[in-house]
Design a protein around this ligand. Structure first.
Ligand code: FMN
Length: 205
């Protein structure tokens, strides 16, 4: 049975484009994988806490205090959700040319030496392998072509973070020019939906 982990990070609630498209992606995936188990992690509506000295001590040393144990437990929980998943769907709005701080904080808890990555003689090695990732990127502007391509610190960053822990099979769905008026928005949704249909139907669990 396929396990799908859904991570939303938009702060825009019901008006969120990434949330809408993530939901449609999950529906498509369930059509392709009937009976799939879906786990939701919403770091936009319910952000995980920023790292603290206790988080670092808790996950990178031997957790001792209550705060350190609780930080280690949160990191374990988030990583466990990731490990269980066959397919990971991430809603990643562009905020200030990069990702939402909630999503960045999620990565802060999940990128963990000896657990999700390890250093080897040949360099860092990702330990979370054999999974498929679909990332929905919603953006007010246009970044896949034109002068703003160089301002895209969202997609290269996500590729690096995911790849660092071994998640290299990543499909990016773009919903761009959302700030260019209703027609541009409709077109963006149509293009994104086409990509979702194509990618979800051939996703093997
Ligand atoms: C705080 C904030 C910062 C934003 N920064 C950018 C940006 O740098 N570039 C851009 O193209 N759009 C930017 N936008 C527009 C969002 O990318 C756009 O509204 C998108 O729909 C957000 O995804 P969501 O609807 O899922 O929340 C920003 C929006 C917000 C709220």
């Amino acid at each position: 049975m396929a396990h799908i982990l859904v991570i939303n990070s938009s702060i825009s609630g019901e008006n969120s484009v990434s949330r809408l498209l993530v939901q449609e992606t999950v529906e498509r995936l369930i059509e392709a994988h009937p009976g799939a188990v879906v786990t939701h992690r919403d770091v936009g509506a319910a952000p995980v806490p920023h790292l603290t000295p206790e988080s670092v001590a808790g996950v990178r040393a031997v957790a001792a205090s209550e705060a350190e144990l609780s930080a280690a437990a949160l990191s374990d929980e988030l990583i466990d959700e990731l490990k269980k998943a066959d397919i990971i769907v991430i809603g990643a709005p562009m905020y200030n040319f990069s990702i939402a701080s909630g999503l960045r904080t999620w990565f802060d808890h999940v990128l963990r030496p000896r657990v999700t990555f390890a250093y080897s003689d040949t360099g860092p090695q990702g330990l979370i392998t054999g999974k498929r990732v679909i990332v929905v990127e919603s953006r007010g502007g246009l970044y896949t072509e034109g002068p703003a391509v160089v301002m895209d610190f969202q997609e290269p960053y996500l590729k690096t973070l995911l790849g660092f822990i071994g998640l290299t099979d990543v499909t990016f769905v773009h919903a761009e020019k959302l700030g260019f008026g209703p027609e541009a928005r409709e077109l963006a949704l149509t293009i994104a939906r086409g990509k979702i249909a194509a990618t979800a139907s051939h996703t093997a669990a």
